[in-house]
Design a protein around this ligand. Structure first.
Ligand code: F3S
Length: 61
């Protein structure tokens, strides 16, 4: 199973990932956090990771 996480140091809290995949990401203290890495397909998560303006979403297969 792939590992998905958010680098909280670089996340600027733009909420794009939460808007796109609310089953996977949620906001916590102004930063995104992964609540369920299986809440979407890996392809969907990769797309959101590419769309993150600060490249804070990390995917390790
Ligand atoms: Fe943060 Fe990127 Fe999501 S900046 S809120 S991880 S889209």
């Amino acid at each position: 199973m792939a590992k998905v996480w958010v680098d909280e140091a670089s996340c600027i809290g733009c909420e794009a990932c939460v808007d796109e995949l609310p089953d996977v990401f949620q906001m916590k203290d102004g930063k995104a956090t992964v609540v369920n890495p299986e809440g979407a397909s890996l392809d969907e998560i990769k797309e959101v990771a590419e769309a993150c303006p600060t490249e804070s979403i990390k995917v390790e297969e």
